[in-house]
Design a protein around this ligand. Structure first.
Ligand SMILES: Cc1ncc(COP(=O)(O)O)c(C=O)c1O
Length: 383
């Protein structure tokens, strides 16, 4: 029996079945994160060899060659614990972003930092707000602390930003118990965003007793679409925490490096719950070198943005409804046949992402691949 199958109120005793049942109730009742299907798994299942994965919003062009070389060199040092303060990377980030190094917290991916924020600022009796269809890690991080997750309804499917964050609804949900308001801009899995001016007005009205966790995982892809640079707002809003990552545009998802930029007092609290060596020797080296290669970043972002426009146009021509996206992925509305469409793509060796776990069983999320990968996807889609 699966531990989560039981009555969630069951405590250790006569009705106890497995040691896992001893977990605290808010963890036992948690719905786990559902990752994209790994290439190896599909290989094992269908015996296919030529598989492309457009399922986890990774950067198909990969990391900067300088980052790869720096990571190769760093392998020789992997018998040592990493620099727990991440000094070199933090100094580089601070110079690039125009902030003090004391404002930066490094994470094992930005996911790690979202969990640290919840751990440091939430507890039973307190509340965190996030939108319906917001990034799936927010409810997990919040629920694991025993705090209450308050979900606000998304914008309607027929609005200009279908299924996007409704900031008015989020503002109305704030109570004296609210400690964190999570905003992904742009959001994953919808790709939608709120314009900078609207977001700034919202943050200005969030009371001092709540932090705004602004998740900018796709920041590098958003140019020209009127989104914010949250880091530029930190002086004005001491309760703002901005999250960024090396997993997307920097092409380093596999080595897990992210960062949060905040008021130094918030960084101080995040550092209290941070594992001392949470970013690896290889990750620190790769991220620092990747930051220097601005040409590589600009080139891969340019390609992804061009592919975003091309794919949207082709899909719409094929009669598929595509949500507006400021990320390196597209959310498409398929209708009742989404599962069949997903399975048909799998049989052709193409992995996309079902989003039924988000309550969107009629949609699929497609990460933008290389132009060749996207052509293969379009051919299968239009077949
Ligand atoms: C909106 C958003 N935030 C955070 C993350 C976490 O990324 P990572 O932990 O790799 O930095 C993701 C990953 O998909 C994301 O889409």
């Amino acid at each position: 029996m699966n531990p989560s199958d039981g009555d969630p109120t069951t405590t250790f005793g006569a009705r106890h079945h497995l040691p896992g049942d001893l977990a605290v109730e808010n963890v036992r009742t948690l719905a786990p994160y559902v990752p994209g299907k790994p290439i190896d798994e599909l290989q094992r299942e269908l015996g296919l060899t030529d598989i492309i994965k457009l399922a986890s919003n990774e950067n198909p062009f990969g990391a900067s060659p300088h980052a790869l070389a720096a990571m190769q060199r760093a392998i020789a040092d992997t018998w040592l614990y990493p620099d727990g303060s991440g000094h070199v990377l933090k100094q580089k980030l601070a110079a690039k972003l125009g902030v003090d190094a004391a404002q930066i917290t490094l994470g094992n991916g930005s996911n790690d930092l979202l969990v640290m924020l919840a751990e440091a600022f939430l507890a039973p009796g307190l509340e965190a707000i996030y939108s319906q269809y917001a990034f799936a890690v927010y409810p997990i991080a919040v629920q694991a602390t025993g705090a209450t997750g308050v979900v606000t309804p998304a914008l309607p499917a027929d609005s200009a930003m279908p299924l996007g964050h409704d900031l008015d609804a989020m503002a109305r949900a704030i109570t004296p118990r609210t400690r964190v308001v999570f905003i992904a801009n742009p959001n994953n899995p919808t790709g939608t965003w709120v314009p900078a001016a609207q977001l700034k007005a919202f943050i200005a009205n969030v009371p001092d007793h709540a932090l705004v966790a602004l998740d900018e995982a796709y920041f590098e892809y958003t140019g020209g679409l009127g989104l914010q640079d949250g880091i530029a707002w930190l002086r004005e809003f001491p309760n703002l925490v901005v999250f960024r990552t090396f997993s997307k545009a920097y092409g380093l998802a596999g080595v897990r490096v992210g960062y949060a930029v905040s008021h130094p007092s918030v960084a101080g609290m995040l550092n209290r719950v941070r594992q001392a060596f949470n970013v690896s020797v290889v990750g620190l080296a790769g991220a620092a070198a990747a930051l220097d290669d601005t040409d590589h970043l600009a080139a891969v972002v340019k390609l992804a943005v061009a592919e975003r426009a091309r794919m949207t146009e082709r899909l719409e021509k094929a009669g598929t409804r595509v949500l507006p996206s400021a990320g390196n992925f597209l959310m498409v509305h398929v209708g009742a046949g989404a599962k069949e469409r997903f399975d048909a793509l799998l049989r052709r060796g193409i992995i996309v992402r079902p989003v039924g776990n988000y309550g969107l069983p009629e949609h699929l999320r497609v990460t933008l691949g290389t132009p060749e990968q996207n052509d293969r996807f379009l051919k299968a889609w239009e077949a």
